[in-house]
Design a protein around this ligand. Structure first.
Ligand code: NAD
Length: 484
């Protein structure tokens, strides 16, 4: 049964509170109907949350703990999410649109971050630097303090988990600004924080409009570090605000990621990569496979295969899609769906051919057919701009150099893929692709353990893996002059 209250509040300093900016309607994208209301924070609420987080940080109650103690709490938060997956998953589906089984995968993924970073808490060790016999010198890693985390609507649970778990494991306190369209499920992080015994004010969670609460948070003078996932223009606004306070940022800003498919690739297996790469979460994934760059000799065969697969996907309300399988839910909103549909129309006007899908469903809700576009050339808008929807663009190449040139031809550089049996070709391509992560023969290979982040306009800093821990700590060097 879905336990859906009609009104959800913000969580500041251990209290559930209304928002100074009123309320926002949360819409079920599968029906277009109102699901619930959520409190909207204003700048005053943001300040209260930041002050609470600052107070807890300065008290040392988290940062002074033996790391294993913090780690145990972080691990327990992940277990809490798993224990409540039956409650959280349907609500995530109702607010975000993804199939119920995808919501469960997202929550399991979120729990995995808490497991991983909880276990890393006691591994953040300094080192001793030799300065000769007259000195003893060592480094320590200290938390920044208040970590501000601005979350996107595509994976609200997993994205919060990614930054919250690492920030807590390293002893920071946190203010989370949840996305306006999908804020509800973040409430379980507050429940989890209470359940595992984190002090009041260590984790604050508020929903608010980007230009109001988001801007107030990213420009707040008592915020010490910022994590953002979302669009390039918003990333620039946040980085500019952070720069004014000389505060470090991690920016993860999406991409236009390409899979290069050589003529010896296993095309049957590749169908599955496309299925996950561009139709998982209806393509609303920053690292989606939004371009396929295929050797022209196998172009027609490949297009036929992936178009057949795209047409075989059942599209419908996520709450009815309970079993893992060949199906896809609604996009997050009619606005995002219409934006993607308009990009298809524009692509067609520039010469694209619709091989599969291309249309909105003639039913209520933010549905768009799984789409394959061929006849795409690198100069077209759709070959360069993020659609953030279930729309695959297929381009051709006739030499390895051309494939790399096309792959690297956008301002983005989040991930890339190479599909071939030739290990030398794959390795050379991996060296030349300008992206933070390269998948060989499996899109999305990797996991919580593997560092993730962008080159170019896809952002900077890395999430996931051990590398991400260093976003949340600053190095202190202590040099001791010894007597005698
Ligand atoms: P957005 O970048 O504007 O929003 C993401 C988050 O930033 C939200 O929490 C929002 O409230 C907040 N925000 C917005 N303006 C802000 C500001 N001035 N200061 C601080 N915070 C602010 O994204 P959007 O408008 O929801 O979506 C637009 C496009 O962004 C999408 O079509 C897609 O291309 C891209 N996007 C990418 C990702 C990703 O994972 N890389 C996620 C969401 C959206």
């Amino acid at each position: 049964m879905v336990d859906l209250k009609s009104y959800w509040q913000n969580y500041i300093d251990g209290q559930w509170v209304d928002g100074g900016a009123g309320r926002i309607d949360i819409i079920n994208p599968a029906t277009g109907e109102k699901l619930a209301e959520h409190a909207l924070a204003n700048a005053v609420d943001v300040d209260k949350a930041v002050q609470a987080a600052k107070r807890v940080h300065l008290s040392g109650v988290l940062s002074d703990l033996r790391p294993v103690e913090r780690g145990r709490m972080v691990i327990a938060m992940g277990k809490y999410l798993l224990d409540h997956i039956d409650q959280i998953a349907p609500i995530l589906t109702l607010e975000q649109g993804k199939p119920l089984w995808e919501s469960r995968i997202e929550i399991e993924g979120a729990a995995r971050y808490f497991e991983y970073y909880g276990n890393q808490a006691e591994t953040v060790e300094g080192r001793s630097i030799p300065l000769g016999s007259g000195y003893f010198d060592f480094t320590t890693y200290e938390p920044f303090g208040v970590s501000a985390q601005i979350i996107p609507w595509n994976y609200p649970v997993e994205m919060t988990a990614r930054s919250l778990s690492a920030a807590l494991a390293t002893g920071n306190t946190i203010v989370i600004k949840t996305p306006e369209m999908t804020p509800i499920t973040n409430a379980w992080f507050a429940y989890a924080a209470e359940a595992v015994g984190l002090p009041k004010g260590a984790v604050n969670i508020l929903c608010g409009l980007g230009h109001e609460a988001g801007a107030a948070l990213s420009s707040h003078r008592d915020v010490n570090q910022i994590v953002f996932t979302g669009s390039v223009p918003t990333g620039i606004a946040i980085a500019s605000a952070a720069a004014k306070n000389v505060v470090p940022c991690v920016l993860e800003l999406g991409g236009k990621s390409a899979a290069i498919v050589h003529d010896d690739a296993d095309l049957e297996a590749f169908e599955n990569d496309v299925r996950w790469g561009i139709y998982f979460n209806a393509g609303q994934v920053c690292s989606a496979m939004s371009r396929v760059i295929v050797n022209e000799t196998i172009h027609d065969d490949l297009v036929e295969r992936i178009s057949r697969m795209a047409k075989s996907l059942k599209v419908g309300p996520g709450i009815e899609l309970q079993e893992f399988g060949a199906n896809m839910g609604a996009m997050v909103s009619e606005g995002q769906r219409d934006r993607a549909a308009d990009m298809i129309t524009e692509a067609v006007s520039q010469g694209a051919k619709v091989e599969a899908g291309g249309r909105k469903l003639n039913t209520p809700g933010a549905f768009l057919e799984p789409t394959v576009l061929s006849n795409i050339t690198p100069d077209m808008t759709i070959a360069n701009e993020e659609v953030f929807g279930p729309v695959l663009s297929v381009l051709k190449f006739d030499s390895d150099e051309e494939a790399i040139r096309i792959a690297n031809g956008t301002p983005y550089g989040l991930v890339g893929g190479v599909f071939t049996k030739d290990i030398d070709k794959a390795t050379k391509a991996a060296q030349k692709i300008r992206a933070g992560q390269v998948f060989i023969n499996e899109w999305y290979a990797g996991g919580v353990e593997t560092p993730f982040g962008g080159y170019g306009k896809s952002g900077y800093g890395r999430e996931k893996g051990r590398e991400a821990l260093w976003n949340y700590v600053q190095t202190k060097n202590v040099a001791i002059k010894l007597k005698g």
